[in-house]
Ligand binder design. Structure first.
Ligand code: FAD
Ligand code: NAG
Ligand code: NAG
Ligand code: NAG
Ligand code: NAG
Ligand code: NAG
Ligand code: NAG
Length: 599
C-alpha cells in the first residue's frame, strides 16, 4: 500500500528517483524484457522507445519471422506511481524520466530561455505528458499528404490509424456535464481514451467564460472527430484508464503486448550515440549502457530513428547526417549533407496567467501543504481510482480561431498576418487551457491555478544544432517562439483575451488574487514583459526531420539507404492541438507501410 507519507513525498516533487521504493496502488502485469543478441542482424533496429518507437516495435513484430531490437536511453518506468498517477504528471519534468532541454536565450523573448523537457524512459513523452488526447483540424492531415506526397496521410484515411490505436471509455454513469464525442472515430486499440467522471472544480468557471463570450462564443464540440479544430472540448478526453484512473501510455498500450514475443527485444538504459554507415547505407548503431558505460554495436537491415523531435536530428548530426558546414565545424565526418535535418522545428508555445483560488479547488500546492486533504484524496484514489489524483488537474480546453475582423485590423495597421488569415477555416490559431499547479514562482505556496494560452498554428519555425560532437552534451535549440510579427500580434491578442477572462465574471468568483502577472499589468509594454517572463513550451516539438523536406515519401532520409525517421520529427505541420494522438497514428500508418514492403 502506498502510504500518505509516501504520497506527500511524491507531491513535494523532490523524490525524482522513486522507482523500486513504492508500489503502484494497483498491480501491473510485468513483461520481461529480453536482452538483445549481439551476433544477430535484426530486420529492424529502432532507436527510441517512446510513442512511435513502441508502436513500431509492436506492429513490426506481429509477424513472428520479423526480428526487432529497440534501444531506449532512459529507464523502465513500469510500477512507478509518479508515472501512473495522472495528477503527479507535473513532477516528472526535471526527473530521471526527462531530458532536461532548454531553448537558447530567445531574442523574441528578450533573452528568456524556456525549458523544453522531453520524455526519457519507455513510453517517451507519453509517460510524462499531461495526457490530453486530441486530434484537431482535419485539414492539417490533408496538408501532411500534400507536403509529403503520401496520399494515405489524408484525414479520411489516417482516421483509421487514429481509430486502431485507441478505444473510448465513457464512465458507466453518464458523466454529470455536457460533452460531445463521436464513438465512430474510436475502435479497439490499446490506448484508453476516457471522458472524466467529474469535472475538476475550477472547470465550470473556465468553461462558462468562454462558452458565454459575447463576441466569440465557444461551442462544445468533439475535437477528436475530424469535424472541426475549433471549439470547447469538455471533460477530457484523456489517455487515462477509466477503471482505475491510471495513465494509459505507449508502454502499457504497445510495450506490454510484445513481452512474450521471442522476435522482439526491448532494451532500456541503452543510449544510442551513433548510427554507423557503409558509404550511404546505414548498417548498425552503437549504444552506451547506462549500467556500466560499456559500448555495443548492433546491426540492422534497416535502422528506424524514433528518438523524438530534438534527439532524432541530434543523433543524425552526430552520425554525419545534417548541414555540411555545421558538421565540418565540429569535425564530424560528413556522410550526407542534409541541410533540412534540424530545420523546420515547430512547437506550440504559451504564456501564463496564474491566480490564487479557494481551497475547494485542489492544486498540487495544496496537496503538499494540507496533509489531511492529501490523505483523503489518496484514500479515495486507492479505494476507487477516482478523485483529484485520477485526473491531470485540468478538464478541458478551448481552441479558438481569431476572428477575421481582428486579423483584418492587424493588416490595416501594417502587420503581416496573411499566414493566419489564409489558414484553412477549420483551424484554430490559439488554445486556452489551465493546470492545477504553479507555472510561475509561488514563494508563498498559495493555492494556485495556472491558465495559459498557446499559439497552435505558429507561422515561425526554429531550428536545432549540436553544441558539441560529444553525444552527452545537450543541443542548441533555437525555438523562435512568437518568431514572426503575425505570430506576436495574434498571440498578444489572445493573451490579453485570457487576461481579461481571468479578471472578469464568471472566473472572478473563484479568483482570490492574481499572482501572475498581477492586476497592475495593463499597459502593452508590461503585457509584453509578462509574455516574455512566462513563455513556455507546450512540449510538442515537431518537424525537425520533416516529410517532404529531409524525408522522402517512404520516411527515408533523402540520399541514404537503410535508414528512416518515424516520429514527431517527421511531422510536417503541427496539428491544432496536443500532439501525441497524431504521433500514434503516424506510427501506425508507417508500420503498415513497412509491413507491406518486401525488402
Ligand atoms: C512534458 C510533456 C507534456 C506533454 N503533454 C501532452 C499532452 O497533454 N497531450 C499530448 O497529446 N501530447 C503531449 N505531449 C507531447 C507528446 O508526448 C509527444 O508529442 C510524443 O511523445 C512524441 O512522440 P515521439 O515518438 O516522437 O517521441 P518521444 O515519445 O519523446 O520518444 C522518444 C524516445 O526516444 C528516446 N531517445 C532519445 N534519444 C535516444 C537515443 N539517442 N538513444 C536511445 N533512446 C533515445 C527518448 O528517451 C524517448 O523515450 C507532451 C510532451 C511532454 C514532454
Ligand atoms: C489499471 O487497469 C488496467 C485495465 O484493467 C490494467 O491493465 C492496469 O494494470 C491497471 N493499472 C494499475 C496501475 O494497476
Ligand atoms: C534530468 O534531471 C534530473 C534531475 O537532475 C536527472 O535525474 C536526470 O538524469 C536528467 N536527465 C537526463 C537525461 O540527463
Ligand atoms: C492490445 O494488447 C494485447 C495484449 O496486451 C494484444 O494482444 C492486442 O493485439 C493489442 N491490441 C492492439 C489493437 O494493439
Ligand atoms: C469508494 O466508493 C464508494 C462507493 O461510491 C464510497 O462509498 C466510498 O466512500 C469510496 N471510498 C473512498 C475512500 O472514497
Ligand atoms: C555550449 O557549450 C559551451 C562550451 O562547452 C557551454 O559553455 C555552453 O553553455 C553550451 N551552451 C548551451 C546552450 O548549453
Ligand atoms: C505590480 O506590483 C508588484 C508588487 O508591488 C510589483 O512587483 C510589480 O513590478 C508591478 N508590476 C508592474 C507591471 O507594475
Amino acid at each position: 500500500m502506498l502510504s500518505a507519507a509516501i504520497l506527500l513525498l511524491f507531491l513535494t516533487y523532490t523524490t525524482a528517483d522513486f522507482a523500486g521504493h513504492g508500489r503502484a496502488p494497483h498491480s501491473e502485469s510485468a513483461p520481461s524484457y529480453i536482452n538483445h543478441d549481439e551476433s544477430s542482424v535484426y530486420d529492424y533496429v529502432i532507436v527510441g522507445g517512446g510513442v512511435a518507437g513502441l508502436v513500431l516495435a509492436a506492429r513490426l513484430s506481429e509477424d513472428p519471422k520479423t526480428t526487432v531490437a529497440l534501444f531506449e536511453a532512459g529507464p523502465d518506468p513500469q510500477g512507478n506511481a509518479d508515472i501512473s498517477t495522472p495528477f503527479l504528471a507535473g513532477a516528472l519534468q526535471g526527473s530521471q524520466f526527462s531530458w532536461n532541454f532548454t531553448s537558447t536565450p530567445q531574442p523574441t523573448l528578450d533573452g528568456a530561455a524556456p525549458d523544453l523537457a522531453q520524455g526519457h524512459c519507455f513510453g517517451g513523452g507519453s509517460a510524462i505528458n499531461v495526457m490530453a488526447y486530441c486530434r484537431g483540424a482535419s485539414s492539417v492531415f490533408d496538408e501532411w499528404a500534400e507536403i509529403s506526397g503520401i496520399e494515405g496521410l489524408r484525414w479520411d484515411n489516417l482516421v483509421n490509424d487514429f481509430r486502431m490505436s485507441t478505444h473510448l471509455e465513457i464512465p458507466p454513469q453518464d458523466p454529470p456535464y455536457e460533452f460531445v464525442i463521436d464513438k465512430a472515430v474510436y475502435d479497439d486499440g490499446n490506448v484508453s481514451v476516457s471522458q472524466e467522471r467529474q469535472l475538476v472544480k475550477f472547470e465550470p468557471f473556465f468553461l462558462e467564460s468562454f462558452k458565454d463570450d459575447p463576441t466569440n462564443p465557444a461551442k462544445i464540440v468533439d475535437l477528436t472527430s475530424g469535424k472541426t479544430g475549433i471549439g470547447l472540448q469538455v471533460g477530457g478526453p484523456h489517455a487515462i484508464e477509466s477503471s482505475n484512473g491510471t495513465r494509459s501510455y505507449a508502454l502499457t498500450a504497445y510495450g506490454f503486448q510484445v513481452a512474450g514475443r521471442p522476435n522482439v527485444h526491448l532494451n532500456h538504459g541503452t543510449w544510442v550515440r551513433k548510427i554507423n554507415f557503409k558509404g550511404k547505407t546505414a548498417e548498425s548503431v552503437t549504444y552506451v549502457k547506462s549500467a556500466d558505460g560499456s559500448e555495443h554495436t548492433v546491426q540492422g537491415k534497416e535502422i528506424i530513428v524514433s528518438a523524438g523531435a530534438i534527439n532524432t536530428p541530434k543523433l543524425l548530426m552526430l552520425s554525419g547526417v545534417g548541414p555540411e558546414e555545421h558538421l565540418k565545424e565540429l569535425k564530424i565526418p560528413v556522410v550526407q549533407n542534409s541541410p533540412e535535418v534540424g530545420t523546420n522545428l515547430a512547437d506550440h508555445h504559451s504564456a501564463v496567467v496564474m491566480v490564487e483560488v479557494p481551497d475547494e479547488i485542489v492544486s498540487s500546492v495544496q496537496l503538499q501543504t494540507n496533509k489531511v486533504l492529501a490523505a483523503s484524496v489518496q484514500a479515495e484514489y486507492q479505494a476507487n481510482g477516482t478523485g483529484p489524483l485520477s485526473t491531470p488537474g485540468s478538464s478541458s480546453f478551448i481552441a479558438e480561431r481569431v476572428p477575421d475582423d481582428v486579423l483584418e485590423g492587424f493588416k490595416k495597421a501594417g502587420i503581416n498576418v496573411d499566414f493566419h488569415l489564409n489558414l484553412p477555416k477549420d483551424r484554430a490559431h490559439v488554445l486556452h487551457q489551465y493546470a492545477s499547479a504553479p507555472f510561475q514562482p509561488d514563494p508563498q505556496n498559495l493555492n494556485v491555478v495556472s491558465a495559459f494560452v498557446a499559439l497552435i498554428q505558429p507561422e515561425a519555425t526554429g531550428y536545432m544544432r549540436l553544441n558539441s560532437s560529444d553525444y552527452r552534451v545537450n543541443p542548441l535549440i533555437f525555438s523562435n517562439y512568437f518568431g514572426s510579427e503575425g505570430d506576436m500580434a495574434v498571440f498578444t491578442y489572445a493573451y490579453k483575451r485570457l487576461l481579461s477572462k481571468m479578471r472578469s465574471q464568471p472566473i472572478k468568483q473563484v479568483v482570490l488574487s492574481e499572482v501572475y502577472p498581477g492586476t497592475n499589468t495593463t499597459s502593452d509594454e508590461d503585457i509584453k514583459k509578462a509574455i516574455d517572463n512566462s513563455a513556455r513550451s507546450f512540449h510538442h516539438p515537431a518537424g525537425s526531420v520533416s516529410l517532404g523536406k529531409a524525408l522522402d515519401s517512404s520516411f527515408r532520409l533523402k540520399g541514404l539507404q537503410g535508414i528512416r525517421v518515424i516520429d514527431s520529427s517527421a511531422v510536417p505541420v503541427l496539428p491544432t492541438c496536443h500532439l501525441q494522438a497524431s504521433v500514434y497514428a503516424l506510427a501506425e500508418f508507417a508500420a503498415k507501410m513497412l509491413k507491406s514492403e518486401k525488402y
